[in-house]
Structures are given as structure tokens and as C-alpha cells.
Design a protein. Structure first.
Length: 268
């Protein structure tokens, strides 16, 4: 489906977003590496959904507003963005850092959400431990852990050499400000995940060496009625490495009857 790139001003910050497709809205929140652009899995989803993929404040070409101090600020911003776009019954999907943001949104207010899908999400600990310290890893080690397929890791390393260094530095600085102390989790989030009262899918790559599947299992224990699907031969971006399996799992999830709302999160 055709897609467009737009800008929108919300809460004093102008951000970029990509939009395409038709049908029920699906909002995709990107990870710490920055906005992925209009990827093949988004194109596939746009045949069934209106896909909207904003670039977080502080990343890429989006504004870095003075109020942006933590991941909670991103959560409130994106809740305001849903309202500004007039979106209802939204399928909210977030990957990695974006999954953390999506979870923080859902514990605050699910009134505009139809479902939640967390993909290899950070935001909590597993067994009391955070994810590995990605900022102390050599790039080669990070990519080895990111991909199940070594050939893809080598290809990404070559692509990074061509990337805009200013954008990469800006993204890294924003991530360190928002998510590094404590490392990629909110100590208070786990105790509020029970407030999520919409159907929730947890999608993980079996070979994710950055945010291993035990983090998905930890989310499953904390979000009532949530379902964990672990995809074989996939790393930290299963929508890229195992696109067909990723899309099949998501389509199966959204085709199921909605579970009853169980808590007052939609009113909070």
C-alpha cells in the first residue's frame, strides 16, 4: 500500500511519522536504534491495517523537547499523539525500547487501545537482572547478539558505516539520557503491569542475545492473560529475520475474540 511521511506537532514537539494502508489503526513504536523507516513488514501489515510509525521525540529528525527526561515522558507523549490523531481501537506494537514505551502507555491508559504487542521489549528485569550493558559492547558483539543469522550481522555492520553519524550520535545520547540509569528498565513498572487490561501478545526471537526470551516470560507472568510466542531462528528483530512467522503470529493474535477488560486501567 502507498505510504507517506508526515510531521505533526504534539505537546510542543514536532515529530516525523510514516503512515500507510487502510483499516484499523496499528501504531508501531521503534527501538533504541532509531526509526527503521517503512520496512517490508510494515508494508505487509498495511494491506490490513492503517500503519502509523512515529519517530520518538529526541530521535532522528524529531524535536528533542525540554520536557523529555525519561521513558514515562515518551509514554505520555504517545498517548497525546493517539489523541491528536483521533485514533481509537488501536493495535499498539512496540519493539525493544518502543516496547517499553508501549507497556508504560498501557499501564497509564488503555482507553484508545484494542490490543498491545510487545516485541523483544526492555523495561523490566528477568530474575532480578537487567539486560546486558549494550554500551560496553563492541559493535560486532552487539550485532552478533542482535541477529540469529551471522550474514545479516555482517550486512548491518557494513550499513552502519554508511549511516549518518550525527543522527546515530543523537539517538545514542537520547537513549543514554532516558534509559541507561537504571539500565533499560523502570524498577516501578513491574508492579503496575497488572493494570494492562487489553489482549497482549509478547513476541520474541529465540536467539535474541540482547533481550533474551526470559524477559518475555517475565512480562507474561506480570500481564494478566498475556501470550508469549517465541520464534525460532530469529534474534532481536523477528519482524525482519522471520517476517512470515512474525506476521502469522500477530494475525492469529488479532483474529481471536477480545478478552474482557479486567482492571480499571482504561480510566486511569
Amino acid at each position: 500500500m502507498p505510504h507517506v511521511r508526515e510531521t505533526i506537532a504534539v505537546a510542543g514537539a514536532t515529530v516525523r511519522l510514516w503512515r500507510g494502508g487502510r483499516g484499523t489503526p496499528l501504531v508501531f513504536l521503534h527501538g533504541a536504534g532509531g526509526h527503521p523507516g517503512w520496512r517490508p513488514f510494515m508494508e505487509a501489515l498495511s494491506a490490513e491495517f492503517t500503519v502509523i510509525a512515529p519517530e520518538h521525540p529526541g530521535f532522528g529528525a524529531s524535536d528533542d523537547p525540554p520536557w523529555l527526561d525519561g521513558v514515562g515522558d515518551l509514554a505520555y507523549f504517545h498517548l497525546d499523539l493517539l489523541a491528536a490523531l483521533g485514533l481509537e481501537r488501536v493495535h499498539l506494537m512496540g519493539t525493544s525500547l518502543g516496547g517499553w514505551v508501549a507497556a508504560e502507555m498501557a499501564v497509564r491508559n488503555t482507553a484508545r487501545l484494542a490490543s498491545l504487542c510487545l516485541v523483544c521489549a526492555v523495561g523490566i528485569t528477568a530474575g532480578g537482572r537487567p539486560i546486558p550493558d549494550i554500551f560496553r559492547m563492541p559493535v560486532e558483539e552487539n550485532l552478533r547478539r542482535y541477529f540469529a543469522d551471522p550474514a545479516l550481522a555482517a550486512r548491518r555492520l557494513a550499513d552502519l558505516a554508511k549511516a549518518d553519524p550525527e543522527i546515530a550520535a543523537r539517538n545514542r545520547a537520547t537513549v543514554m539520557r532516558l534509559a541507561y540509569r537504571p539500565r533499560f528498565h523502570n524498577p516501578d513498572l513491574a508492579k503496575w503491569l497488572h493494570r494492562i487490561d487489553v489482549p497482549t501478545l509478547l513476541l520474541w526471537g529465540e536467539k535474541d542475545g540482547l533481550v533474551p526470551p526470559e524477559f518475555g516470560a517475565a512480562y507474561r507472568e506480570l500481564i494478566p492473560g498475556s501470550r508469549l510466542v517465541v520464534l525460532p531462528d530469529a534474534g532481536h528483530a523477528p519482524f525482519d529475520e522471520q517476517q512470515a512467522a512474525f506476521l502469522a503470529a500477530f494475525r492469529d493474535f488479532v483474529s481471536r475474540p477480545e478478552t474482557p477488560r479486567q482492571s480499571p486501567a482504561g480510566a486511569g
